[in-house]
Write a protein that binds this ligand. Sequence first.
Ligand SMILES: Nc1ncnc2c1ncn2[C@@H]1O[C@H](COP(=O)(O)OP(=O)(O)OP(=O)(O)O)[C@@H](O)[C@H]1O
Ligand SMILES: [Mg+2]
Length: 500
Amino acid sequence: MEFLIEMSGIHKSFSSVQVLKNAAFQLKPGEIHALMGENGAGKSTLMKILTGIYKADSGSVKVKGRDVMFADPKEAEDHGVAIIHQELNIIPKLSVSENMFLGRQLTYGKTGIVRDKEMKRKTREYLQRLGVELDPEAAADTLSIGQQQMIEIAKALSKNAEVLIMDEPTAALTDREIEALFKMMDQLRREGVGIVYISHRMEEIFQMCDRISVLRDGAFLGTEKTADTKVEHIVRLMVGREIGERYPERSSKIGAERLRVENLSDGRKLSGISFSAAAGEIVGIAGLMGAGRTEIVRMLFGADKKKKGKIYMDGREVAITNPSQAIEAGIVFVTEDRKHQGLVLGMSVRENLSLTNYKRIASAGVISAKKDYELSDKMIKRFNIRTHDPEQTVKSLSGGNQQKVAIGKWLGELPKVFIMDEPTRGVDVGAKKEIYSMMNELSEQGVTVIMVSSDLPEVLGVSDRVIVIHEGRISSILDKAQMNQEAIMLAATGGSSNGH
Ligand SMILES: Nc1ncnc2c1ncn2[C@@H]1O[C@H](COP(=O)(O)OP(=O)(O)OP(=O)(O)O)[C@@H](O)[C@H]1O
Ligand SMILES: [Mg+2]
């Protein structure tokens, strides 16, 4: 048997839109195989067909040489094929171990009596294999997204699959968690497990994967050995053209002070947070995962309560104790967790785009349907949001396109301060560049952009200044001349470089 998985001639349409056209994919035992392509290329859909979540319109799927077409994920698992989804499937109110064993609880024989202790023990064991210490009894919604992701990964591992599909597993993980995951993947590879690895992070792909397959617009373009190819070649295959520099050229026109925060603290993690940002400036916020970056911007937006401190806009103190006051003051915020905070997934692209733009499209409280349509059409074109119809639900967009909606929905009316938390997470190379261009465009129009990011090259590529956070405090503020990878890492790990 040469292949664990062989998919060929796969066609799939949703309503009348063809999403996969003659797609193919092959996986060998003991390889980590990257599946790449732009947002909306069809990667997740192809893997959902493999695991029985969607049904292909036509085509063939073979597992270990045998023709199959799984009816549901359970059947796929019974045949040794498990998937870790791009969007988390954690149930917030259940505990860690309840989530781990959801739908397959351990019982004493057929008695139906749940082996609670055993499940907790196993949960702890699998998490420990990934280097994660978590209380099996903790409610899932008290955990960070990264920790929730680790539960999903541990859950898939506990199924002892021969084929493991990972759909953007590292998007929300810390460097340490990623390292543990990669070790685990290496071990599985040695054991002969085949891993399908979907990611937009080139560095990870070239570090971990043996082969790379590329999809473009739902069609299979080819498979390359990682050792014999280059990043540029893969990018060209994915987007069908050269995209040039990763970070668009930018002439910053920095204006007067726009935002100033003084001595902000939340009485828990954060203290003494003071900085300012000017009109037209792009300020990066860097730091290790858990340092308090998200907490700072949430407090600025009034999403979390501040204990102490003052916020000034254009020199005047503003009271911000909730998000509506922040929006009123001209501050908008795109969160890192688009599933839970940024978007209403069950509503259409148009509705999501107009949700926060209502001021623009409503007169005297009545929403004008015509303006609503015009505005959403404009946004869809401007950000190249891949949707076949503005009425399509956001839930059915690809991950990266959901992110574009999350950003676009704030831009009906220009804000004064635009805060983005991990804006390019899960976004493909081309769309990343579109988001950077959009940030530049905003800053050129005088908007202050504050970007939290874990991607150091990105922080360096787009920011005018970088604020580095370490354990709830500002450890350094670096201007353009001082900004480099080493200086940021040093400050992020507690070493100070400019005595701040
Ligand atoms: N249930 C659905 N109903 C309608 N359209 C869908 C559905 N699921 C996916 N699509 C569409 O199929 C296309 C492919 O989506 P898919 O999620 O497979 O992309 P992807 O390659 O995984 O992208 P990303 O990198 O953004 O995750 C997209 O245009 C998406 O809008
Ligand atoms: Mg996807």
